[in-house]
Design a protein around this ligand. Sequence first.
Ligand code: ZN
Length: 418
Amino acid sequence: MPKVVFELDSTKSFTEQAIVGHNRWHPDIPAQVHVKPGDSFRVHCREWFDGAIHNDDSADDILNAPLAGVHVLSGPIAVEGAEPGDLLIVDILDIGPIPQEDSGPLSGQGWGYTGVFATRNGGGFLTEQFPDAYKVIWDFTGGVATSRHIPGVSFVGIQHPGLMGTAPSAELLARWNAREQALIDTNPTRVPPLALPPLPDSAILGSIPPGADFDRIAGEAARTAPPRENGGNQDIKNFTKGTRVFYPVFVDGANLSMGDLHFSQGDGEITFCGAIEIGGFMDLHVDLIKGGMATYGVGENAIFMPGITDPQYSQWLAFSGTSVTLGGEQRYLDSHLSYQRACLHAIDYLTSFGYSDIQAYMILGAAPIEGRLSGVVDIPNSCSTVYIPTAIFDFDVRPGAGGPHRIDPGMGVPHSPA
Ligand code: ZN
């Protein structure tokens, strides 16, 4: 096992640890760990809500989730010799849930959760259809996820970090804040909001002590929810073991951070809160390509080679959607809308087997479904598709002359009205 450079004690909160991470992006958050090119090391990561979500049958904790405090990230990790313009090579050597006895209180100790936020907390991809808070608990046995809230479904975990990235430069951070505020200004009272401006409340900034510096950084630092040029919360389910990522370097040392581990996820993380959320560990190897951003024309976005542990599914049932609203209005090549329609078609289909619509939505968020932009040029309709592996169901989910097998939906999905 590589040396643990960022160690978390599962019995303590994120801010009570010997080494404190952060939950905002800012170039002035100091590195907590120093490594060299060629080093391999282990990092512990806390689940993104730092233990606020519990293994029970109520969605009240999702309804009241402490949103200002996300995502709790491990790092920053400075890589010796890294300078702006370099590419930082990050290999994911291994990744998994919390290395500890199962049945513990923290997500990752043998279990994880998928939630849907109430609309006022950001909702989810289908918040018009699902405006309340919902939660599903998944149990892990032999690397396979099952849920007491969704009978008849099981799948192999594809563990990956939802969030990993390098620190922005001051110039890049200023650009993020300016463009996101400009978007907010187009409709400042929208629910859910168009973007999340800097929020000093609940900011965790590593080892920076309280004082004027802390207040300045907390007032400028970017929230961690959106993916940006530094990688960040990209929620790419294929960042499994064996992944190699090439991150642009914007500050000396690169200042790499990571967190928001997932046991599994469907493309799009459509439930938003989120995939199957867990705490756990990552073993990483880092190296540098000096001047690599210009050499490879990478510009300001991470590139990557996906992991080598994709689940092996050979048969899929796929659903398509076009850019026409549920009300019948034609939209122009709107791929967001066509993916929503594809997902809604998949949900309608699964309810014919006895699932509730929220059970079907949770399956799409948590299981390793594939989402694709199948056509983006055929005016006026974009065509998006969502592929569901048939083998995740313990019954035949294909259409047939005999009609759908009816499942017993069981206790169903815990639900807390907003
Ligand atoms: Zn997540």
